[in-house]
Design a protein around this ligand. Structure first.
Ligand code: PMP
Length: 437
């Protein structure tokens, strides 16, 4: 069998950096990226013949675990009817109805192929609907690689320590106002200064691309209030959190929750990852009045050759159907067990840290125990150097973590006792490695 090293050497002659998405290159942790050849349940297997308990879960989609039998069966059945029709199919409405049944603010949904397309379209739609130009985003929030949202964008930019991307024009950058996360006063001030020019505020429902950050009490509700006071839209980016942290995403845990103190609903939601169950599908949805501004009903153009692809729709329908309350309860429970064990192991070695949580998502930040990570400045000020030795120790013990401290850890309903025990057994040595970094 060809080894990961040989495969990486070859890939580098064929693709920039040998990868098709930057964080996969192990840039911030060093070493040879593992080339994966199989994924089943809680495990990944690499080309070197080793297996790993997977804490990346395809960066979110594998909520049920990899290759869940219901999802595979649905995909096989769909494939038998053809791969792509270039015309409408019944499965698109089936998936849209499942989303609508879970997220009441979604009166209309448009399927696209990636999270980037979903946020890009949401931004264009907000501009078309309001007739305004400016967009507010928060430093450290990642919404995909559309030009206008690449400033201080977290995720791979945080990993590579890039302030933004080359190739984005100054004119485009000038149409985005970047504000500190968790700071409603900064949002109020921006609206006081430019209120009649702001089309939308876009925010991750709970940030998970600068590591995980918990939205402060009332932060998302405050954004909803301020935008509606000024005739702007709130775009809630649930590409990562949607259908992962709960049946109705992070919004369902907070704004949409009957037990929440403040109920609020964004004008537009964006979804990705879990909605396609591992195949390339994403979506935007929201109020009919806004969504109907999209072509063919309205003047805002958007289209896609593979949008609503029947195989991807089948994977999404099977995934959301199988994602019952017990799946979310299992993932919540595993998340709590693991984050508790993680804190225990790091504390035993005297490693200053905070575990950052939002629903079942969490991440670790080093040197941040004093007040945790509230925003991108806090995230960047942490002791990043402790992560690489921690990561490699875990990898050597057969646990595949995100290869960057700025990414969330993902669990699935397939993480059983055996998988969890492997992680627990690996933690003490990794904590030691972090301590001595
Ligand atoms: N929004 C958020 C919150 C994300 O986490 C991501 C990807 N990690 C995206 C948008 C972009 O999605 P995609 O990678 O499918 O383009």
């Amino acid at each position: 069998m060809t080894s990961s090293q040989e495969l990486f050497d070859r890939a580098k002659t064929l693709m920039p950096g040998g990868v098709n998405s930057p964080v996969r290159a192990f840039g911030s942790v060093g070493g040879t990226p593992r080339f994966m050849v199989n994924a089943k349940g809680a495990y990944l297997s690499d080309a070197d013949g080793r297996d790993y308990v997977d804490l990346v879960c395809s960066w979110g989609p594998a909520l049920l675990g990899h290759a869940h039998p219901d999802v595979l069966a649905a995909v096989h059945a769909a494939v038998d009817h053809g791969l792509s029709f270039g015309a409408s199919t019944p499965a698109e409405s089936e998936l849209a109805a499942l989303v609508q049944g879970r997220v009441s603010g979604v009166e209309r949904l448009r399927m696209v192929s990636t999270g980037t397309e979903a946020t890009m379209t949401a931004v264009r739609l907000a501009r078309g609907f309001t007739g305004r130009d400016l967009i507010i985003k928060f430093a450290g929030c990642y919404h995909g690689h559309l030009d206008s949202l690449l400033a201080a964008a977290g995720s791979g930019l945080a990993t590579l320590a890039l302030p933004g991307s080359a190739g984005v024009t100054a004119a485009t950058a000038a149409e985005t106002l970047v504000l500190p996360y968790n700071d409603l006063a900064a949002v109020e001030a921006a609206f006081a200064a430019h209120g009649d020019r702001i089309a939308a505020v876009i925010t991750e429902a709970a940030p998970a691309n600068m590591g995980v950050v918990t939205p402060g009490d009332g932060f998302n509700a405050g954004l909803s209030r301020i935008t509606s006071e000024h005739g702007a839209l709130l775009i809630l980016d649930e590409v990562l959190t949607g259908f992962r942290v709960g049946a109705a995403g992070y919004w369902g845990l907070t704004g949409g929750s009957a037990v929440g103190t403040e109920r609020w609903t964004p004008d537009l939601f964006t979804f990705g990852k879990v909605i396609g169950g591992g195949l390339p599908t994403a979506a935007l949805g929201g109020r009919a009045e806004v969504m109907d501004y999209l072509a063919p009903l309205g003047p805002v153009y958007q289209a896609g050759t593979l949008s609503g692809n029947p195989v991807a729709m089948a994977a999404g329908v099977a995934t959301l159907t199988a994602a019952t309350a017990s799946v979310y309860a299992a993932v919540d429970a595993r998340s709590l067990e693991l984050s508790t064990a993680l804190t225990g192991a790091l504390s035993a070695e005297g490693v200053d840290h905070s575990v950052q949580r939002a629903g079942s998502l969490f991440s670790v930040a080093f040197g941040t125990s004093a007040h945790g990570v509230q925003n991108y400045d806090d995230a960047q000020a942490q002791e990043v150097f402790r992560y690489a030795p921690f990561f490699h120790s875990m990898l050597d013990s057969g646990v595949y973590l995100p290869p960057s401290v700025f990414e969330a850890w993902f669990l699935s309903a397939a993480h059983d006792d055996a998988a969890m025990n492997r992680i627990f057994d690996a933690l003490p040595a990794a904590a030691k490695a972090a301590a001595s970094a």
